[in-house]
Design a protein. Sequence first.
Length: 315
Amino acid sequence: MIRPCFSLTFANLILYLSVLTATVLSPAYGKLITVTVSQEDNFRNLISSGIETTVDQIPGDEVYIDSAGGNFQTQYEQVKSYVDVGADAIIILSDGNEEQNKKFFEFAKKVPLIFINAEPVSDLSSMPPNTLYVGSNEVDSGTMQMEELARQANYRGKVALLIGEATHPAAVTRTQDVKDVMSKYPDMELVVSKAANWQRNQAYKVVTDWLKQNIEFDILVANNDEMILGAIMALKDAGRDPNSVLTGGIDATPDALRSVASGELNVTVLQDALGQAKSAVEASYQMMANQHVPSPHWVPFRLVTSDNYEQFLKD
């Protein structure tokens, strides 16, 4: 894997990648897969590491991974640079909106584009040739999560909801999943919700404020694990026993699995970062070989509770 440890100007990025490409394309080397990640966090880093590990198993091939620091224009310029230096395939984890993401499609005329984890457009069937989406069906994630929390709560209770980035497709779908499940059970009520942008520290602040406002809730559900872990920290720091509230997240990150093991987190849903990474790399090679790859490629979610978390720790 090649990841710059410093911020590169675009001119220097092109020079850096040109030297790398010249090395990779020499007779002793093979393919170059480039990756752009919208911004770094624990889950995105798991995907990046999975891509790195998978490509590293192929002798002679290289992977270059960089973050756009949350700036779409930076990410667009990164992709353009990758195309300019002759990358063989480009994997994109974008947080852009639909109109922004469509701007990437022009590059598919020159190189395979594999979008991962965040759906680039709402109608995946409209994606152009030489593009692919690899991810997990978000309708399953929030539905699994909330159905299990509802079951553990005997289908009654006041629910507080932490939302990821308000316009992010996964956050929108997971939030709707929660509401759809609750609508089936008349004794369940959504009492408060707020965006915490996938971040542990923001969720901590949000839940701390709710507790100061004396908002009552029995179930605390979040669109991802980072937020629910921040929420649990807020409960503990406020002197409230986390076990007095049912808690649920999504991703089954290592930190979340440890929280399930400790008895503090009741539910998470495995979003298989390694599975998505492996599938994206495998699809990259198939597309480089001009093979047909069906899109979208779904990597299944899996429910994780105190009954089965150990098998995921072993994984």
